[in-house]
Design a protein. Structure first.
Ligand code: NAP
Length: 254
C-alpha cells in the first residue's frame, strides 16, 4: 500500500535543472508520486527527454526552456502554473579554481547561476504560493561543500553557502503562510556535472569517493531525488529551515 504522506496527486511542482542529473531524477520521481511537473532548464533537448519519460510513465509534464539567471523568463514560467505546491530549485553549475587564481567574472557567473538563480525561483514561487493561498514546499540544492570547503571550491561553495542562508531566512519569513523551505546538501553524485575526462579517470575518482563512504559507494541522482520527494511531500510536514545531507556518511578529510 502506498504511504499517503508521499502522495502528490493533484499537486503542481516546478523543477529547475530538470534536463539532467539530480533535477531530472527529481522531476521523474515527483511525477511518479502524482504531481504535475513543470520542468525548466537551459537544455531544451534534455527537457523534452525528461518530459517524454514522465509522459511515458503516465504523468503530466510541461517544459520551460530558460536561463534561471533571467528573472523575467523565470517569472513568466512560474506564473504560468495556475497554482504551485512545490518548487525544487536544482539548476546549477560547477566551477573549480584556486582562491589565488579566481577572477571576478568566475565569482559573478557562479553566484549568478547557483545563488541568484535559486533566489529568483524562490521569490517567484513563494509569491505565487502566497497569492493563491496554497501551502507549499520549497526545496533548494546546496552541497556538502558548504560543510567542508575543499580545494578549488571557493566560488561554488560560497554560492551554496548563500543558498543555505536563503533557505534558513526564507523559512522564517514564509512559515506563517504554510510554506516550508529546506535545502538538500548532497555528497558526490554520479551526474554529468561530476563526469571525468575518460572512463579510467572516472573509475579512479569514484573508487576514491566510494572508499570515503561507510556505504562503500558513490551516490546516484535517484538517491537525492528521494530526499527531494521527502521534503516536497507531507512526509516532512514539520520540517522547515533544515539542511538535509544525503552524502553516504562521507566526512571530507581536508
Ligand atoms: P547536471 O547534471 O549538470 O545538471 C544541471 C542542470 O542545470 C543541467 O541541465 C544544466 O544545463 C542546468 N543549468 C545550468 N545552468 C543553468 C541556467 N543558468 N539556467 C537553467 N538551467 C541551467 O548537474 P547535477 O549534478 O544534477 O547538479 C544538480 C544540482 O545539484 C546543482 O545545483 C549542483 O550544484 C548540485 N549538487 C550536485 C552534486 C553532484 O555531486 N553531482 C553534489 C552536490 C550538489 P546545461 O547542461 O545546459 O548547462
Amino acid at each position: 500500500m502506498p504511504v499517503t504522506a508521499y502522495d502528490l496527486t493533484g499537486r503542481t511542482a516546478f523543477v529547475t535543472g530538470a534536463a539532467s542529473g539530480i533535477g531530472r531524477a527529481s522531476a521523474l520521481l515527483l511525477a511518479e508520486a502524482g504531481a504535475t511537473v513543470h520542468c525548466a532548464d537551459l537544455d531544451t533537448a534534455g527537457l523534452h527527454e525528461t518530459a517524454g519519460q514522465i509522459k511515458d510513465g503516465g504523468g503530466t509534464a510541461h517544459i520551460h526552456p530558460l536561463d534561471v539567471t533571467d528573472r523575467s523568463d523565470l517569472r513568466q514560467a512560474v506564473t504560468s502554473c495556475t497554482r504551485l505546491n512545490v518548487l525544487a530549485a536544482i539548476a546549477g553549475i560547477m566551477h573549480n579554481s584556486p582562491v589565488l587564481e579566481t577572477r571576478d567574472e568566475d565569482l559573478d557567473r557562479v553566484m549568478s547561476v547557483n545563488f541568484k538563480g535559486v533566489l529568483y525561483a524562490c521569490q517567484e514561487a513563494a509569491r505565487l504560493m502566497i497569492a493563491r493561498g496554497s501551502r507549499g514546499s520549497i526545496v533548494t540544492m546546496a552541497s556538502g561543500a558548504v560543510d567542508t570547503g575543499g580545494p578549488g571550491l571557493l566560488c561554488y561553495g560560497a554560492a551554496k553557502a548563500a543558498v543555505v542562508q536563503l533557505t534558513k531566512t526564507l523559512a522564517t519569513e514564509v512559515g506563517r503562510y504554510g510554506i516550508r523551505v529546506n535545502a538538500v546538501a548532497p555528497g558526490w553524485i554520479r551526474t554529468p556535472m561530476t563526469e571525468r575526462p575518460d572512463d579510467e579517470a572516472q573509475a579512479r575518482y569514484e573508487a576514491v569517493m566510494a572508499r570515503m563512504s561507510p556505504l562503500g559507494r558513490v551516490g546516484d541522482p535517484e538517491d537525492i531525488a528521494h530526499t527531494v520527494l521527502y521534503l516536497a511531500s507531507d512526509a516532512s510536514s514539520f520540517t522547515t529551515g533544515q539542511i538535509v545531507r544525503p552524502n553516504g556518511g562521507v566526512a571530507m578529510p581536508w
